[in-house]
Design a protein around this ligand. Sequence first.
Ligand code: GDP
Ligand code: MG
Length: 160
Amino acid sequence: SQTKSNSSKMSNQERTYIMVKPDGVERGLVGRILTRFEQKGYKLCSLQMMQPSKSLLEEHYKDLAKKPFFPGLIKYMSSAPVVGMVWAGKDAVKTGRKILGATNPLDSEPGTIRGDYCIDVSQNLCHGSDSVESAEREISLWFPAGVCDYQRKYDSFIYE
Ligand code: GDP
Ligand code: MG
């Protein structure tokens, strides 16, 4: 409605960083992954294809630097281009991760991206930020020039 408060409008602008990993690009799943966010009603704020450097990936995954799988993760993630996106909307971080499914695809529910399209944790197709704070850090890291900030007219059909 026209009268909704500014704070509810702000909560509809929560942002998350979603990335199709090299296996998703190679397998031609970019469109299907993107569509799940689009059809849910989230607002696309940026989209880019790039082959990331190891240093960018090491920064992105710095919390995992001590894990035994870290070197393999960086190698896999830098092996081919990725497609990164910023999606905005109410509860975009938590709901975005639900749309992706559990980290280990054998635990991901059918109907989620990982549940439907992959098997091994090391090739789990997609990334989604795990908190609002990580999302903002990742968006600055991957989109240093910023992302599109626009009012979508369609939002009045998505939000109360
Ligand atoms: P996510 O937030 O669901 O992506 O999971 P994490 O942040 O915990 O891990 C980041 C990525 O590292 C995952 O998406 C996987 O690609 C990979 N990963 C996590 N755990 C393992 C593991 O036990 N073995 C291997 N090979 N890769 C893993
Ligand atoms: Mg993570």
